[in-house]
Ligand binder design. Structure first.
Ligand SMILES: Cc1cc2nc3c(=O)[nH]c(=O)nc-3n(C[C@H](O)[C@H](O)[C@H](O)COP(=O)(O)OP(=O)(O)OC[C@H]3O[C@@H](n4cnc5c(N)ncnc54)[C@H](O)[C@@H]3O)c2cc1C
Length: 403
């Protein structure tokens, strides 16, 4: 029986697994297809929610969806991949052979050398978000006694850094309504925050930071970090007991096991069908995949790209196993929704990120995205129906098994 293995249970892996089941059923080959998903823990993490103050509901058990569909869920760290022998080495000496593999092990925070990993916080993982939460609670329990304890520095003003920093003033105040003033700093190398947005949208972000009282250090970087002290390039000293890194992502180190071109983020180049050119039985989806969305653009490390890529990868992996035609991945449309703290968010359209909606309407959309659009529906049939790759955007019409 052909064995499809899915490495990673994030957005690409989870939706890849559902899409594979759906396509195997559509081809009448479900009883002949063994599908295994391996993830380092038992959960599908809703990573874009990890900047929230309360993350308990920002992950769901993989088995709740996958076991009833006959998918074998293995909770284990994948230590190594052997591309030539089509084998994965898991923790505790276990091995897993595959006929087709969807590599969907995502990405992780890139930590600049100036920071000691044990002295900083992040919201890259559920555990990271929880550790930050416990740390802030512990400071609150002592009443935030010192200036450093009342100071938070966020490093990096990309999407994650902006969402973290704009949530902080309200989050800190909720922890200790009686505490004296908090100070929230945002530090970034770029000469201005929001430069990767069209000018009106960028201006809106900067206005919002001012309105929230966030101290922005643009064109700066941290040159030294010791104890509760950050020193910046221009000599500014920020005393902060809480330093949160949002310094960008790097593709999963497992990508290194496969040969072929990769980009500066360590993502593996894939063909139109999300296969690795030098290992056509391996598809890469999500943050580990350097995929073209159309003739001019590459996908970003985002769940908005990882979810459809997972769906294409699941569909194509099954078709690959049964000698059917593959469907080319395409995703020309691009919009963003950036949380900007209480009652505010920013919706942009197009790759140039033109401002479309701001304020409570945008915030309501953000909430809808986080709690419904990227969250698996409770009903399994509904989840399976959503697992179709977005073929309406495909030039070639409906593929095998779509009827
Ligand atoms: C705070 C935050 C906010 C974000 N906001 C947005 C947003 O608003 N919009 C947006 O589009 N994107 C956003 N993103 C980015 C988005 O979350 C990622 O692009 C997305 O999670 C990528 O999906 P993925 O499936 O490729 O990887 P992941 O979701 O990271 O899943 C990878 C999975 O593989 C597992 N894994 C990794 N290595 C191994 C191993 N060796 N062995 C076993 N298991 C392994 C991991 O545990 C994880 O479950 C945000 C990210 C963060 C951190």
């Amino acid at each position: 029986m052909p064995h499809l293995v899915i490495a990673g249970g994030g957005f690409a892996g989870f939706w890849g697994a559902l899409s594979a089941v759906r396509q195997a059923e559509a081809l009448g080959r479900r009883p002949d297809t063994l599908i295994t998903l391996i993830n380092r823990d038992a959960y599908h993490g809703i990573r874009p929610r990890f900047y929230e103050a309360e993350v308990t509901s920002a992950r769901v058990p993989l088995e709740r969806w996958l076991t009833p569909l006959g998918i074998q869920v293995v909770t284990a760290e994948i230590l190594e991949a052997e591309a030539v022998s089509r084998r994965l080495h898991l923790a505790r000496g276990r091995v897993m052979d595959y006929d087709a593999l969807i590599l969907a092990t995502g990405s992780s925070l890139s930590v600049p050398a100036v920071f000691g990993a044990d002295r900083v916080f992040h919201v890259d993982t559920f555990t990271g978000a929880d550790v930050l939460h416990q740390h802030l609670r512990a400071l609150a329990d002592t009443g935030f006694p010192t200036e450093a304890s009342r100071t938070v520095a966020v490093i990096g003003a990309g999407l994650t850094g902006l969402e973290v920093v704009t949530a902080l003033p309200e989050r800190l105040r909720a922890l200790a309504p009686q505490a004296p003033e908090f100070a929230v700093h945002l530090i970034d190398r770029a000469t201005e925050v929001g430069l990767d947005y069209e000018s009106e949208a960028g201006r809106y972000i900067r206005d919002r930071l001012r309105h929230l009282g966030i101290v922005v250090h643009a064109g700066q970087e941290v040159v030294h970090h010791e104890g509760c002290v950050l020193r910046l390039k221009d000599g500014t000293v920020v005393p902060a007991a809480t330093v949160i890194l949002a310094t960008g992502l790097r593709a999963s180190p497992l990508a290194a096991a496969f040969s072929g071109p990769r980009d500066a983020l360590g993502r593996l180049a894939v063909d139109d069908f999300l296969r690795l050119p030098e290992h056509p039985e391996v598809l890469a989806a999500g943050d580990v995949s350097w995929a073209r969305t159309d003739a001019n653009r590459s996908a970003l490390m985002s769940c908005q790209h990882a979810i459809p890529q997972g769906k294409f990868a699941g569909h194509n992996a099954v078709n690959l196993l049964f000698g059917r035609d593959l469907v080319p991945y395409a995703q020309p449309r691009y919009n963003t929704c950036l949380d900007l703290g209480p009652e505010d968010a920013l919706v942009t359209v197009g790759w140039e990120r033109r401002l479309q909606t701001i304020g409570p309407d945008a915030k309501a959309l953000k909430t809808e995205i986080l709690t419904r659009w990227i969250h698996p529906p409770a009903d399994l049939d509904e989840a399976l129906a959503l697992a179709w790759p977005p073929l309406d955007r495909q030039p070639g019409g409906v593929p095998d098994g779509a009827d």
